[in-house]
Write a protein of this length. Structure first.
Length: 427
């Protein structure tokens, strides 16, 4: 009897061992299966992966766009409070600053041109004079407006006028951005001393300061960030000055145009640099790794977590991306996006408080160039954009992956007459 019980016990143990071994094999097959699994693993699988799959797990903060805090769609809304001389090309508003909240309302500064005639275009810069602008931003001043809700604005008037010749910026003061530092306000801007188009878009950066966002603004009449020496990437243009506060210093990002050659169209490559200062009036020291971004047109950045995020707008190999630099210098692509705001000036609550825990952005102002879709009356208008690039918001509609354009939207970008003639000749 005892022998029989031992045999039964032996058989039971053997059955359990076989079952366990079978489960092991099943688990092993799941882990090392030949085909990539249908359900996307949250962690990188322990199997050979293609370069694309490696990027999915290593290069981005999330596997899906809707889970990526640095991914968003952008929605646009017409704003109230501005008129444009009937769209005849003589009045333009463009390149808004960051939006700030002071005195119970929002403030924004921007390039304002109101000239007797429309701009000629940079190719005709030699025909420009004291009343005829070459570019849309030539013969401009810096104006400002306030708003209670970000949708309806009240234009307050000029903040920084053009100074008398030959002071820095006598030809045009444009493309400004705001810094708040130790209770005082600073406006950095492009300071032109010649018409745009004579040497490309040649200008350095100047600054004015005030004790109130309503002014009065006191110009320093000095160049605060100079152009680089002859032969350097930023020898002609220090554009779109964009200050943020990091590590107790002013980190000012800017754009320049380089490698202009007549045989190449478009004629410039645009990249971004960084200059750092302990004092808003300088000296600003340009970073040794400049350019720190290899693409993008205007500068739009904001603190995010311990680093900084940048919208890479319009130009370059990495255009239409949002990039992130944990150290504020070395940027990596965080997401690819659509319909980015051009010359975006976001509302950034923690732009100047030296944060190491940046929350992100949800809205701001940007501009539309050639707003009338007619280059004969070229002018630029301000608009509002909204997005979800914030750690405190999850808007499912902003996280959708695809913007649908109808047939007529595509046909607007159809073949030119030259292209049609070539194709007919080839046929």
């Amino acid at each position: 009897m005892k022998s029989f019980k031992n045999c039964v016990l032996f058989l039971m143990i053997a059955t359990i061992l076989v079952s366990c071994e079978s489960d092991k094999k099943s688990i092993a097959v799941d882990v090392t299966q030949k085909d990539f699994p249908f359900f996307l693993p949250k962690e990188k699988p322990n199997r050979p992966l293609s370069a694309a799959l490696e990027r999915s797990y290593e290069a981005y903060s999330a596997l899906r766009p809707e889970q990526n805090e640095l991914y968003s769609q952008f929605k646009y809304t017409k704003i109230k409070g501005f008129e444009y001389n009937g769209g005849d090309g003589t009045l333009t508003r463009r390149d808004p600053s960051k939006v700030i909240f002071e005195n119970g309302k929002y403030y924004v500064w921007y390039t304002y041109r109101n000239t007797p005639v429309k701009s000629l275009g940079m190719a005709r810069a030699k025909e420009a004079n004291d009343t005829i602008p070459s570019a849309d931003w030539d013969l401009s001043e810096i104006w400002y407006a306030t708003s209670a809700d970000g949708f309806t604005w009240e234009e307050k008037g000029v903040a920084v006028p053009r100074p008398p010749k030959p002071a820095v910026g006598w030809r045009s003061v444009t493309t400004t951005d705001i810094l708040k530092w130790e209770g005082r306000y600073y406006l950095y801007y492009q300071a032109f001393m010649e018409a745009s188009g004579l040497r490309g878009d040649y200008c350095p950066v100047a600054v004015s300061y005030a004790d109130s966002p309503d002014g009065p603004w006191i110009p320093t009449h000095k160049v605060v960030i100079p152009n680089g020496p002859e032969g350097s990437w930023d020898q002609y243009a220090i554009h779109d000055p964009y200050p943020l506060v990091h590590n107790g210093k002013i980190y000012l990002y800017y754009k320049s145009g380089l490698d202009k050659r007549p045989e190449l169209k478009p004629s410039k490559v645009r990249m971004h640099g960084l200059a750092i200062a302990d004092n808003p009036l300088g000296p600003f020291i340009k970073h040794e790794l400049n350019p720190v971004l290899n693409s993008g047109h205007e500068t739009t950045l904001f603190p995010f977590k311990e680093g900084v995020a940048a919208l890479i707008i319009k130009d370059g190999m990495e255009r239409n991306t949002i990039q992130y630099a944990k150290d504020w210098v070395n940027f990596e692509i965080a997401s690819m996006v659509e319909m980015m705001p051009v010359a975006g000036g976001p509302y950034i609550p923690d732009a100047f408080n030296n944060t190491k825990d940046g929350k992100g952005i949800t809205w701001g102002l940007s501009h539309f160039i050639n707003a009338g879709d007619d280059w004969k009356h070229n002018h630029t208008i301000l608009t509002r954009f909204d997005c979800d690039l914030s750690r405190d918001l999850h808007d499912e509609q902003m996280k959708e992956h695809y913007v649908k354009f109808g047939p007529e939207d595509h046909y607007k970008f159809g073949l030119s007459k030259k292209q049609k003639d070539r194709i007919l000749k080839e046929n």
